[in-house]
Design a protein around this ligand. Structure first.
Ligand SMILES: C[S@@+](CC[C@H](N)C(=O)[O-])C[C@H]1O[C@@H](n2cnc3c(N)ncnc32)[C@H](O)[C@@H]1O
Length: 265
């Protein structure tokens, strides 16, 4: 069998006349907190030691548990983009899939992930330029990292390149509601000061434009609001009750002529 592959990194449909998305909205013009802001790599390196103890699993696990697309398929090879300390990889391994690779640009977060032993391979890399072989995965998952990515177009192009036809891309993010109200991704230092990690604001229409330009079709959308279980875990969040805190977009990669042609010899 001969496989001829043509990798299209960006914007086939843009060539056909669709508008390329504008730059993402600048978070700093919405910022109401004024925390010191650091890059994703520096921020997560610093947060890594106490990340698991401070992150709320209400952000993503209920969305994943609910996903019909995940329940109704079987997967062979998964990639966890922005895998961090490996929370999601371990969740996947317990429930859905044996072979999971992870990518992250924070070395310290990867060290934590490696200790958990849930991944087949871990790579220190930017998810926008993973360097992994094309069409290697039938599931890509990305939880709470896309709000640190400036260029959504490249994010969807690279994910599309890595996925097999019919594969799923699950993108879970911090809800724009919070970012637009000036609340960034942040953590508390031991001395009580707060640090924000650079965010970019992407509207759902930005996701749609960038994803559909890269051979994705939308399979599922869910949003999580701050509810009673949140308040039980974090009473200080009472002021955000019923506000949307995270979202999940499940995309399916459509097979398009020209991306992968296979010929029997
Ligand atoms: C909020 S943490 C989420 C970690 C994990 N997915 C989870 O849900 O626990 C975000 C992670 O994304 C990583 N990250 C951010 N931008 C990235 C990029 N461009 N490439 C790879 N990793 C990135 C950070 O280093 C961090 O570990």
């Amino acid at each position: 069998m001969v496989i001829i592959e043509s990798v299209i990194y960006s914007g086939r449909r843009h060539e056909l006349g669709r508008q390329k998305p504008e730059k993402p909205m600048d978070f700093s013009s919405h910022d109401t907190r004024g925390y010191q802001t650091v890059s994703a790599a520096a921020g997560y390196d610093e947060w890594s030691k106490f990340y698991d103890a401070t992150v709320s699993e209400q952000l993503d696990l209920p969305l994943l548990e609910k996903s019909l697309s995940l329940k109704s398929a079987t997967f062979r090879d998964a990639l966890d983009l922005g895998c961090g300390t490996g929370r999601i990889g371990c969740w996947l391994k317990q429930r859905l899939i044996e072979n999971i690779d992870g990518i992250d640009l924070s070395e310290r977060m990867l060290e934590q992930a490696s200790r958990k032993g849930c991944y087949r391979a871990l790579k220190l890399a930017d998810m926008l330029f993973s360097g992994l072989p094309s069409t290697s995965y039938d599931l890509i998952i990305n939880s709470m990292a896309v709000e640190h990515v400036e260029d959504l177009e490249v994010y969807y192009a690279e994910s599309s390149r890595l996925l097999k036809a019919d594969g799923l891309l699950v993108t879970i993010g911090f809800h724009q509601y919070f970012l637009l109200n000036g609340i960034p991704t942040h953590f508390d230092r031991r001395d009580g000061s707060q640090v924000a990690i650079r965010n970019y604001i992407h509207l759902f229409s930005d996701h749609f434009t960038a994803a559909t330009a890269n051979d994705f079709t939308l399979a599922e959308v869910e949003e999580a609001v701050v509810d009673r279980s949140w308040i039980a875990e974090r009473p200080a969040w009472r002021r955000y009750v019923n506000k949307p805190v995270s979202y999940m977009l499940v995309w399916r990669k459509i097979a398009t002529p020209g991306t992968s042609i296979s010929k029997e010899a």
